[in-house]
Design a protein around this ligand. Sequence first.
Ligand SMILES: C[S@@+](CC[C@H](N)C(=O)[O-])C[C@H]1O[C@@H](n2cnc3c(N)ncnc32)[C@H](O)[C@@H]1O
Length: 285
Amino acid sequence: MDTEYRPAAPISEVMALSRSIRIRTLPARVVDRLRWEWREWHTPSRPSFQHEELDHALLDLIPWRIGERVLDVGCAHGSYLRQLANRQVAIHGLDVSTASLRRAIQYGRPLVAASGERLPFADESFETVLCHKTMYLFRTPEAALEEFARVLRPGGRIVFSTSATRTPYALIQQAAVRILNQRNWSSGNRLGPAAWVRTAKNCGFDQPHFYSCNLVAPIVFRMCDRWIVPNEWMRRVARTVRRVTGTPIDSARPHRLAQDFFVVMKKKGVCRSAHLANGNQQLPM
Ligand SMILES: C[S@@+](CC[C@H](N)C(=O)[O-])C[C@H]1O[C@@H](n2cnc3c(N)ncnc32)[C@H](O)[C@@H]1O
């Protein structure tokens, strides 16, 4: 059989084609990105550079002990149930949304439908309470933090995420929230990391430690990530910014160039759990 002979396209045609692809795809990506932003306000998070940075801080930088009992408050579809169970953490999920929990069932972890402000667990049941992107949704954050303190063993820790409130990105976001009348968002988002730490201290936590994410240009990052600029490039930029500004990702205080934070705080009191006290890698059977 004859093979069809196809002359190579002249370079001018290739250039014209690539220009037209770029012209067609970039606006499409921007539109896609804006639609994603809109949906993000109503649904739990999906992967993007911002979330990858937070994931990195949560999964790789915060030390996890094999077998430690963790409660994931606001577990939604169970992304962290899966990822932390893979690290051999004994994780339980809790959420007010039964629809979300139905999707989390697939990861085979214990699940509870309840509010983070009223936990259906006995005192001192867990070594860690994780609360990622959920603190700002509580009507009474103090009630939630008091509940976290109650179900934690002495020496146990809370790991929660929060965002800066005075960066340009945060101010634009707050304006958009006001214009679009998104009440849920505005309430808790008014508290920045320092205010959360003060509230947590009143509820029995201490020794705050910060993991600062999304440095310097969160607006650019937020608007560009994934659909417009590949996450790998964003990571390179973030790494370079960290190197140039000499900014470590974890520190004793929130970094002023960062937009998002993980805060780790310890419950006050003497640690009675041999597991936490010894930093054991194995839970006693
Ligand atoms: C933005 S999602 C975060 C999901 C997940 N933690 C993550 O990082 O991907 C917030 C979740 O908090 C849940 N939620 C809202 N208010 C809550 C409350 N009072 N108690 C427990 N969960 C709550 C919502 O149903 C939702 O699944």
